[in-house]
Design a binder for this molecule. Structure first.
Ligand code: AMP
Ligand code: ZN
Length: 488
């Protein structure tokens, strides 16, 4: 079943448009992957969970999807303007290990975390270091076509020339003059002709650890060229969807488009899809701002801003309760509400199998199904689809209470709808929630004993409880609001 009326918001056209893939029945999708020099934080995960739902939905409605998501394991400097240290080398020097050991450690971590969130692996996961030749070839072609120049072993993209012929800032909607005025003149960047020029290939310094031979001497590729080279290789010069977080629009994706046009004469993707940011108190979660926390900390509750730990599925559900183009602000209250909501949803799924059928339906299952698909077809609107599921939950509970009735065929439709949307499309799964609830109950009981011991001034016993729990792997923290525990 291919639902023909899927609509997607395209950042380039700045409107929601009908989705028509290049080859009917097939979708090519490229999503910029992580820079594996540190642990993936929850903000990164939001972006990949959003694309996981897009991937799942496209497959669900019948497309054969080739989903390419790269691993950036070379060439990403600290600054957006080709300045600063190489992120991998900096960390490698700090820890006195090989840059590729850094890459391996954080690639493994990334896969582990995304697996906890139940995201599907992409069809191809190419690495920048595995595609140096392709990046060199693409750079050569861009030079041949007259849009890049070499200076002292570094190759720059000629933004000035390109922007006279093509709308360089179309994706970001920014003004070229404004960009120029806002760009700092950087020390040691005098090799560039224009201030907005960016590096396709960067000359290695004597101390550079990750380096390769090239027609311009030893060096390493710029960050943007890897995605142009790898998407062209695996999806062709033109493909359907290119995605990433919104923060990639002004530089990384703008430059990718310029490189592709300069090399192949066409914009790579037909639809540009961007996810909005996960924020904490309204501020983007990011490593550099120091407000990022790791999924592991969220699961264990081991972080100062967390009241307790939350399960991976409660967090996934929390993410899907906002549309991917809206910001999502982290808060304990919102997560607790998602945890409760997810429990209600999963209980209803179980209850649905046991409800009695009757000769007549007093609930509109076809209408409900239409509403949910309409929401997902409207730019993957998961919060509206979830609202539809809760309407279904209400039906199930009313039928179970004998206040509404359902026929056998409608029950089957509802079971299929829930199975497909909850598990296949939203990617939720049953967790050992009963076990977790029991552990929680047990812990509350032990903490009550401890509170009682403290009230009786039996500090020997209260300290003993704390120490014993620590040995088992639970940490107790006392505060004004009461005693909390975290699983170590
Ligand atoms: P990086 O590893 O920094 O290259 O980022 C990997 C992906 O995570 C990119 O698509 C970013 O746009 C995205 N990202 C980074 N921070 C956040 C955030 N706070 N919320 C959502 N996505 C983010
Ligand atoms: Zn990219």
């Amino acid at each position: 079943m291919i639902v023909q009326k899927l609509k997607i918001y395209d950042t380039l056209k700045k409107e929601t448009v009908l989705f028509e893939p290049l080859h009917p029945g097939y979708v090519g999708m490229y999503v910029c992957g992580p820079t594996v020099y540190s642990n993936a934080h929850l903000g990164n995960c939001r972006t990949y969970v959003s694309f996981d739902v897009i991937y799942r939905y496209l497959m669900h409605i019948g497309y054969k999807v080739r989903y390419v998501r790269n691993i950036t394991d070379a060439g990403h400097l600290e600054g957006d303007l080709d300045e600063g240290d190489d992120k991998f080398a900096k960390k490698a020097i700090l820890e006195q290990i090989e840059p590729m050991e850094i890459v391996q450690r954080y690639t493994v971590d990334f896969h582990h975390v995304l697996n906890l969130f139940n995201t599907l692996p992409p069809s191809i996961e190419p690495t920048a270091t595995g595609h140096i030749i392709e990046q060199i070839e693409m750079t050569q072609k861009i030079i041949e076509n007259g849009y890049a120049y070499e200076n002292n072993g570094t190759v720059y993209f000629d933004v000035d020339k390109f922007s006279k012929e093509y709308p360089y800032t179309q994706l970001s909607g920014r003004n070229l003059e404004e960009l120029l005025n806002n760009t700092r003149e950087l020390e040691g960047q005098n090799d560039k002709k224009g201030r907005l020029d960016f590096a396709l290939w960067i000359k290695a310094k004597p101390e550079t650890l990750m380096r390769w031979n090239s027609p311009w001497g030893e060096g390493f590729p710029g960050w943007h060229i890897e995605c142009s080279a790898m998407s062209s290789k695996y999806l062709g010069h033109e493909f359907d969807i290119h995605g990433g977080g919104m923060d990639l629009i002004p530089t990384h994706h703008t430059n990718e488009i310029a490189q592709n046009i300069a090399c192949h004469k066409n914009t790579p993707a037909r639809y540009w899809v961007h996810t909005n940011m996960l924020t904490v108190n309204g501020q983007k979660m990011s490593k550099s701002l120091g407000n990022a926390f790791l999924p592991e900390e969220l699961f264990s509750g081991n972080h100062q801003i967390l009241d307790k730990g939350y399960s991976p599925m409660a967090v996934r559900f929390f993410m899907l309760q906002a549309h991917y183009r809206s910001t999502l602000d982290f808060s304990n209250e919102a997560l607790q509400a998602s945890e409760k909501g997810l429990n209600r949803l999963m209980n209803a799924v179980k209850l649905l199998n046991n409800i009695n059928v009757s000769v007549k339906s007093t609930v509109d299952i076809k209408g409900l199904t239409n509403n949910i698909y309409e929401a997902l077809n409207e730019d993957f609107n998961t919060p509206v689809a979830i609202a539809g599921l809760f309407e279904g939950v209400r039906f199930i509970n009313l039928i179970n209470d004998g206040k509404e009735t359902i026929t056998a065929s409608d029950k089957l439709l509802l079971q299929t709808l829930f199975k497909e949307i909850v598990f296949d499309v939203l990617g939720l799964k049953e967790e050992q929630s009963e076990r977790t609830e029991k552990i929680d109950g047990l812990m509350q009981m032990i903490l009550e004993f401890r509170t009682e011991a403290k009230a009786n001034k039996d500090f020997l016993k209260s300290d003993w409880i704390r120490e014993r729990l620590k040995e088992i792997g639970f940490e107790i923290k006392d505060s004004k609001e009461g005693t909390k525990y975290t699983i170590l």
